[in-house]
Design a protein around this ligand. Sequence first.
Ligand SMILES: Cc1cc2nc3c(=O)[nH]c(=O)nc-3n(C[C@H](O)[C@H](O)[C@H](O)COP(=O)(O)OP(=O)(O)OC[C@H]3O[C@@H](n4cnc5c(N)ncnc54)[C@H](O)[C@@H]3O)c2cc1C
Length: 452
Amino acid sequence: MTEGKEIPSIGIVGGGFSGVLAAIRILRDFRTSGQDVRVTLIERHSRVGRGVAYGTDLESHLLNVPVSKMSLFPEEPDHFQKWVAEGHPEAVGKKFLPRKLYGKYVYACLAETVKKQPDRFLLLHDSVTSWSEAGGKGRLEMEALGGEEFNSVVFATGYRNLKIPSELKAIEESHRLIVDPWKHGVLSSINADEKVMIIGTGLTMVDVTLWLLAHGHRGGITCVSRNGFIPRPHRDVNGVNEENPFRGKDFPTALSLFREFRDQLSKLNSPADEWSVSIDFLRTESQRVWIKWSIREKRRFLRHLRTRWDIHRHRMSPELYENWNSHRLGKRIDPLAGRIVNSKCLPDTTEVEVMLRLRDGMSLEWRGNRVINCMGAQPDHTLFNGPEFLRDPLELGIPTNAVGNPLRGDGTVLENIFILGPALRTAFWEMTAVPELRIQARRLVEALLLRG
Ligand SMILES: Cc1cc2nc3c(=O)[nH]c(=O)nc-3n(C[C@H](O)[C@H](O)[C@H](O)COP(=O)(O)OP(=O)(O)OC[C@H]3O[C@@H](n4cnc5c(N)ncnc54)[C@H](O)[C@@H]3O)c2cc1C
């Protein structure tokens, strides 16, 4: 441990999954390597370690990644499974567990780590409003507690509020439009008989429809997206070659990647499911391929392949899919493919009208009570919007180097500032799920250890 030397201090902004993971890893790895450190975690809400993903109270909101891949530590792949076996025997043997149980695991790991060095960890409940860098230190300004300096700062601020499509602006003021379905208590404000339209048909839509139905919703639920694609379920596919056909291959363009992908599919039996298998193979190579692409290729990928990538890459557990699909087959959910053309509040009623142009060319005037925006959250880069920072032309997140140091406009890096979480998609593309975030957290702590 450090003797006669100032103990390095690390401030972490955001106590969702990524911020808590960073705190755990820093405390564990510094201790293991005999270095002293103080960690201050700043979270504006009361709950820690849950964030948007693991803060749900609904048992049927399941993880979309199998239990075997959800350990917090890549070097201890069975850590989560062991924790489950020790304290939750009822969950042993299940492949996809409730997200709220995972939130409990993350929090338990933090508590366990802090117990070993309580004087090295401080949790503050406050909101960081701005920050600056001077003399090799990062200074955070908090809303209530004022300013504090740290040797290094990790920003793990996750997702920000969603943007409203301009076609829905006309109903924004009516409070009939729910902009952020994750906002605490907002779904409870929907009356069980109200007719609901959900914008978006991805995993957020699945979460919201299941929440409504689990809470006794009786009104119609229509969901709409441009192509109407619904995320695929995970499946155990037999007879697939175990060897990753994409390993180590170079794909100079998005088109070359697509061609190789299509060739691989043609060698398989049922392309609908094997898309998912091939994407799992490709996923292990995706960061390497993304880093080499020009902005033009990245833009092409996003324009032409992103939607298909998303539905096959971000899959549901089979149980969740069966649950959702049974409601669809029972006509409780009506998915549509089309685009919103306009919207308006209807006078003297609590109803709104949304005009749609369906994919088959038909027009539809939907009348109902609530519209919920489920188009997916964007990484929060509000604390990095200043003119000194490099901007991401693709608006995926915050431009950084490989360890997560943000880049200035002149290409230099902010060496004592780090980003962890989905805002790293600019550099890596794949930086959303636990399997990627836990590896990145290890990289981040290795860089912090080198700084001493
Ligand atoms: C619904 C959903 C389900 C998912 N399911 C899975 C899954 O099954 N498996 C998987 O591997 N991945 C899953 N993911 C992906 C992944 O785990 C998440 O992307 C991850 O939780 C991101 O966590 P985060 O901490 O970066 O962001 P968040 O969870 O958004 O946390 C950010 C935190 O920062 C705080 N904060 C923000 N700004 C400030 C500020 N200025 N001052 C103080 N505090 C601040 C916020 O209050 C929040 O608590 C899921 C994601 C979602 C959205």
